[in-house]
Design a protein around this ligand. Structure first.
Ligand SMILES: C[S@@+](CC[C@H](N)C(=O)[O-])C[C@H]1O[C@@H](n2cnc3c(N)ncnc32)[C@H](O)[C@@H]1O
Length: 448
């Protein structure tokens, strides 16, 4: 159905703004202070602010969220330039570093009027004019937690600063066209009024332009989305699905299926030609998959564990028989900092250690499922070698030689081979090199 033949329920359908740009800045400052003082997730702080300010329109809320997330993207560097870690300092520094506003424009917004932030002080003006990151340490200039810097250096080498800067930018808004419903060209035509254009690497992807403040159209209420014509999925996640190399006729287990992003992609890629079985340790994470399957026409057998510990039972009949096991592992998500900047400041050494233990657990489970000659495809959205090559090495060692690493076939994605970073065991996508989230993919096979 062509777009203009049917009711239009989408586009930038946010309510008229009620707050002035200055009042939105005051709100963002308040929320950033709340996040800092109570160490709470940004989403919770934004929700609470919205509940306490019900008069604000959805357009206001979206703009304030965009300011808060931009502030989090540049939290360390903005604080360095402004010489303070308050919500106000981070917001002012962010307006210059992230949004490229000059001091007079920022001064104009901080006019001290009703609901506006207090006027800039002399010190703030000077810092805005003269402040620089030239003397900032890499973790500050690159806005990353200091404790993961050695891992990031190991991952990126000489490209460290370029990659950190790329991770500090906003992510593009990408969708994966559902090939079970239409071609990419047909979807692009249907979404032409949004300006959707092909993604650089994924043959299934379309990129939807966003506004100056990073806000995009409300795709989740788009008629084509509601008909199952596309899913919102970063290009890197689409590429990881393609690199899984699933072929029609195979029996495939998606061991960490979560809400089903990759399971849906695999069904679409194979034209429902593979036997796909999806499960997850957490039934709540799996729950959205049912509605997504209905919408998309994807055929996936979902096996829901009664509790986390019961998941082994739901797959017990498949041990030693599976052609391909996709392990889209729980990870720190360091490769997704562009879209989830809150996560980098919430990351702790303990949470990294927990994810590494979970990765070993799921890989061991995958090793039991795969048949001799079958493949395990290990995927993370992390750029930390501890969660990537080291996790693969761990399984190879524990398997006593029965599981071996093989090259990941990149031929499904023209142009990727020249762009992607090769590691000892797999391939690493990154914001700097492939322009995607930082997905890692490694392939292993069972020899006997
Ligand atoms: C990266 S997310 C999966 C995302 C999903 N594949 C997608 O594309 O939308 C990782 C998932 O692993 C699950 N998980 C964690 N430990 C697990 C385990 N031991 N066995 C199976 N799943 C596990 C988590 O509940 C989480 O949903």
């Amino acid at each position: 159905m062509r777009r203009n033949d049917r009711p239009q329920t989408r586009s930038h359908n946010l309510t008229e703004p009620i707050l002035t740009p200055s009042a939105r800045l005051s709100a963002a400052i308040e929320i950033l202070d709340d996040i800092g003082a109570r160490r709470r997730p940004a989403a919770d702080a934004l929700k609470d602010w919205g509940l306490a300010h019900r008069f604000a329109g959805s357009g206001d809320r979206a703009a304030i969220a965009s300011l808060v997330y931009d502030g989090l993207r540049r939290r360390a560097s903005a604080a360095f330039v402004m010489g303070a870690e308050t919500g106000r300092a981070v917001t002012i520094g962010m307006l210059r570093l992230q949004r490229g506003l000059a001091e007079p424009t920022i001064s104009g917004l901080f006019d001290g009027g009703r609901f506006a932030p207090e006027p800039l002080t002399e010190d703030e003006r000077t810092r805005l004019k003269e402040g620089s990151l030239a003397d900032a340490p890499p973790e500050v200039a690159g806005d990353a937690p200091a404790f993961v810097l050695p891992s990031l250096e190991a991952a990126f080498g000489d490209d460290l600063m370029e990659e950190l800067r790329a991770l500090g930018r906003r992510a593009p808004l990408d969708i994966r066209v559902n090939a079970l419903k239409q071609t990419r060209e047909q979807a692009a035509e249907a979404l032409a009024d949004l300006g959707a254009s092909p993604t650089p690497l994924s043959p299934l992807g379309l990129r939807v332009p966003t506004g100056e403040d990073g806000r995009g159209p409300a795709l989740h209420v788009d008629p084509l989305f509601l008909e199952g014509g596309f899913e919102i999925q970063d290009e890197g996640s689409q590429l990881a699905s393609l690199l899984a190399g699933v072929k029609p006729g195979e029996t495939v287990v998606d061991l960490c299926a979560g809400g089903g992003g990759k399971a849906l992609a695999l069904a679409s890629l194979t034209g429902n030609g593979a036997r796909l079985i999806a499960t997850d340790a957490d039934p709540r994470r799996l729950a959205p998959i049912h509605e997504r399957l209905r919408r998309s026409g994807a055929e996936v057998e979902v096996r829901t564990p009664r509790t986390g510990k019961a998941r082994a039972d739901v797959l017990a009949d498949l041990d030693g028989t599976v052609d391909r096991v996709l392990v889209d592992a729980p990870c720190t998500g360091t490769g997704t900092w562009r879209r989830n900047p809150d996560a980098k400041w919430r990351l702790r050494p303990g949470s990294l250690a927990n994810r590494i233990a979970e990765q070993a657990e799921v890989l061991d489970r995958a090793a039991k499922l795969v048949r001799p000659g079958g493949k395990i495809v290990y995927v993370t959205c992390s750029v930390l070698p501890e969660e990537n090559d080291a996790a693969v090495d761990g399984l190879l060692t524990r398997s006593g030689g029965t599981i071996v690493a093989v090259a990941t076939d990149l031929s499904a994605v023209p142009g990727l081979s020249e762009k992607v970073r090769r590691t000892a065991r797999g391939v690493q996508m990154s914001a700097g090199l492939t322009g995607t989230d930082g997905f890692y993919v490694a392939t292993m096979t069972r020899e006997s």
